[in-house]
Design a protein around this ligand. Structure first.
Ligand code: AMP
Length: 145
C-alpha cells in the first residue's frame, strides 16, 4: 500500500498555522481539530516547519507559561521530514519509528498535499497485514475462492 491510497480515503486536507501565530493559538487549533500537530506555513502550500503538542509541552517545561504568547517560530521544528504520495506505507512506518515522530507531511512538487499520522499508518498497516494473513491462510487450507 502507498501513501496515496491512504490520502484517497482520508482526504488531503491539512491544518496549517502561520509562524507568527502565538503558541496559545496553536493550542486552540489542535484542540478544535482534535489533532496532535500542525504544519507551519504562511501560504498553506510551502512547508516551513511543523509543531506538535510535544513541542508545546517541552517549551512549557523549559520556559513556563510565558511561552504561550511566543510565536510558533520559537518552538517549531524546521527540518521537516516529508514523503511523496508514492512512498510505501511500510517505509513511512519505519521512518516514524526510527525518527520518533508521529506526523509526516506529504509533498508533491514542493506543495503540501496531505499529512499522515501514526494513527493512519497503524490502522492501514494492520488492515494490510490482515489481508496478507487471510490470503496466506486461504492458500494453506486450499480455500482460494
Ligand atoms: P510528534 O511525535 O509528531 O508529535 O513530534 C515529535 C517531535 O518531532 C516534535 O518536536 C515535532 O516538531 C517533530 N516532528 C514531527 N513531525 C516531524 C516531521 N515529519 N519531520 C521532522 N520533525 C517532526
Amino acid at each position: 500500500m502507498r501513501i496515496i491510497d491512504i490520502l484517497r480515503i482520508k482526504g488531503g486536507s491539512v491544518v496549517t498555522v502561520p509562524p507568527d501565530m502565538p503558541v496559545e493559538g496553536l493550542v486552540s487549533e489542535l484542540a478544535r481539530h482534535r489533532i496532535g500537530a500542525a504544519v507551519v506555513s504562511r501560504d498553506g502550500v510551502v512547508v516551513e516547519g511543523i509543531v506538535s503538542e510535544r513541542d508545546v509541552v517541552r517549551a512549557l517545561a523549559e520556559r513556563g507559561p510565558a511561552v504561550l504568547s511566543e510565536p510558533l517560530s520559537a518552538i517549531q521544528t524546521t527540518q521537516v521530514r516529508t514523503v511523496s504520495p508514492e512512498a510505501q506505507l511500510e517505509d513511512v512506518a519505519r521512518l516514524m519509528t526510527e525518527r520518533r515522530f508521529r506526523h509526516v507531511p506529504v509533498v508533491v512538487n514542493g506543495r503540501l498535499s496531505g499529512v499522515v499520522s501514526i494513527g493512519d499508518v497503524v490502522k492501514n498497516r494492520i488492515d494490510e497485514l490482515e489481508t496478507e494473513r487471510s490470503t496466506l491462510a486461504d492458500y494453506i487450507t486450499g480455500d482460494r475462492t
